[in-house]
Design a protein around this ligand. Structure first.
Ligand SMILES: [Zn+2]
Length: 168
């Protein structure tokens, strides 16, 4: 009788027994402490299960719709962050770059001027050297002269660059 009851206890908890089976179980658990404890345990487990499933918040909307809404929320947040934080960072960055350029502008101007002068002088020298080289029969002589001129020009340019830096 006791082992037979064991199979009926779970359906009894779930209210799946017919009237006769139900009465049998009820009469049995009045006298059998072991089955009584098992019924209590099963009831406790069932309550736990129910509270667990009730604890899961099942929304009215479908899962797909929920995912789309979540993505839209994230996108919106990202756009908001992008809109003001990005532009603020960009503005600060631009201000820093402009102020640095303004601070360095005399120096940059001097550098550009020196480079331009060097290029200009170098082009003239090269032109002159070419004319001389074309006139001279000895190519080696022309190369030596060119090298000497370039060394002189380099020395002059360096001294001029240093002078520009110190004076202005
Ligand atoms: Zn029993």
């Amino acid at each position: 009788m006791h082992e037979y009851m064991g199979e009926l206890l779970s359906p009894y908890i779930d209210d799946e027994l017919n009237g006769e089976e139900r009465r049998l179980v009820e009469d049995h658990i009045k006298t059998c402490k072991q089955c009584q404890e098992e019924v209590e345990e099963l009831r406790f487990l069932k309550a736990q299960m129910q509270s667990f499933y009730q604890g899961i918040d099942i929304p009215d909307i479908s899962f797909e719709e929920a995912v789309i809404r979540k993505i839209q929320t994230i996108e919106q947040e990202q756009q908001e962050v992008f809109s003001w934080k990005f532009w603020a960072a960009l503005a600060v960055g631009m201000c820093v770059i402009i102020s640095v350029l303004l601070t360095l502008s005399p120096f940059l101007y001097a550098c550009i001027r020196v480079l331009y002068t060097l290029f200009n002088v170098g082009a003239r020298i090269a032109h002159a050297v070419m004319i001389i080289a074309l006139d001279m029969p000895y190519l080696t002589g022309a190369l030596i002269i060119t090298t000497l001129i370039l060394i002189i020009i380099s020395g002059w340019s360096v001294s001029r660059l240093l002078g520009t830096k110190t004076t202005g």
